[in-house]
Design a protein around this ligand. Structure first.
Ligand SMILES: [Zn+2]
Length: 123
C-alpha cells in the first residue's frame, strides 16, 4: 500500500512530540542519577573507580540523549516553520518512505550522506 504523505506527516508530528517529552524526562532523570551517583559514594579507592565509571556512563547516556533530543527538537522546529518534510539543504520533498522510517529526518538521503561524509572528514 502506498504511504499517504499527509497521514505520515500527521503521524510523525505526534511521534516527535511524544519523543520530545520522553527525552526531556530521560535527560532530567539521567542528570538526577549522576548527582545521586556522586552523593552516595563515600570516598575510598573502590568508590573512586566506581564513581569514575558511573560518570563516564552518565555522560555517555547524556550525550546520546542530547543528540537524539536535538534531532527531535530540530524536526519540531521544522514542523513549526512549516518546513517539515522538505530537505533543509536542497529543498526537495523528503520521500514519504524516509519520513515514515525516520520521523526526525530533516534532510533527504543524498544530503544526509553528504553531510555525514563531511563530518567524518573533519574528525
Ligand atoms: Zn536534500
Amino acid at each position: 500500500m502506498a504511504l499517504d504523505r499527509v497521514e505520515v506527516i500527521r503521524n510523525n508530528v505526534g511521534i516527535l512530540k511524544a519523543e520530545a517529552a520522553r527525552f526531556s524526562a530521560a535527560i532530567t532523570s539521567n542528570a538526577q542519577t549522576a548527582i545521586l551517583d556522586r552523593q552516595t559514594l563515600t570516598g575510598d579507592d573502590g568508590d573512586a573507580a566506581l564513581q569514575s565509571a558511573n560518570e563516564d556512563s552518565d555522560a555517555g547516556v547524556a550525550a546520546n540523549l542530547n543528540m537524539s533530543d536535538e534531532q527531535t527538537a530540530h524536526a519540531i522546529d521544522a514542523i513549526r516553520g512549516n518546513m517539515y518534510g522538505i530537505c533543509e539543504m536542497c529543498n526537495i520533498d523528503i520521500p514519504t518512505a524516509r519520513l515514515d522510517a525516520r520521523p526526525q529526518a530533516t534532510k533527504c538521503v543524498p544530503c544526509q550522506a553528504e553531510e555525514e561524509a563531511r563530518t567524518v572528514e573533519w574528525q
